[in-house]
Design a protein around this ligand. Structure first.
Ligand code: THU
Length: 145
């Protein structure tokens, strides 16, 4: 699957964001090693601090399918609902750490594609660039694979 298709899947997921408080919708699409895609959107809560990010929801869903080690790439999109949404959104710090769990377990430096809810602009990063010198499973003696 090419990055643009992954971004399209993330945009489709962002439609289901539950974000009545921030009005900022985020969608994430995780590509697995068999070509399948798992998606997530942010889930806010009336107790604001309990809100879940889209990337975390997508990674948790992949994990619940027994596929945490199989993640090969992720696409992230976001923007203000009903607003101009062309600016690429990059994963927050906590999500970078969550993504790192899948990356290290799978032994991959994940490509992270970032875009807005709309528009052509897309960035490609590596997780090692977004989260250098990461702490992860290997530090606790958990091997990749
Ligand atoms: N959000 C995400 O879903 N992922 C990120 O990486 C950044 C922030 C969500 C959380 C909250 O629902 C909204 O965006 C505004 O912060």
């Amino acid at each position: 699957m090419n990055p643009h298709d992954l971004i399209a899947a993330a945009r489709a997921a962002a439609v289901h964001a539950h974000a009545p408080y921030s009005r900022f919708a985020v969608g994430a699409a995780v590509l697995l090693n068999d070509g399948s895609v798992v998606t997530g959107a942010n889930v806010e809560n009336a107790s604001y601090g309990l809100s879940l990010c889209a990337e975390t929801v997508a990674i948790a869903t992949a994990s619940a399918q027994g596929r945490l080690r199989d993640v090969v790439a992720i696409g992230v999109v976001g923007g203000v609902m009903d607003g101009a949404g062309d600016m690429p959104v990059r994963p927050c710090g906590r999500c970078r750490q969550v993504l790192n769990e899948a990356a290290q377990l799978g032994g991959r430096d994940l490509p992270v594609y970032c875009a807005g809810l709309t528009g052509e602009a897309m960035e490609e990063h590596r997780l090692s660039e977004l989260l250098p010198h990461a702490f992860g499973p290997a530090d606790l003696g958990i091997a990749a694979g």
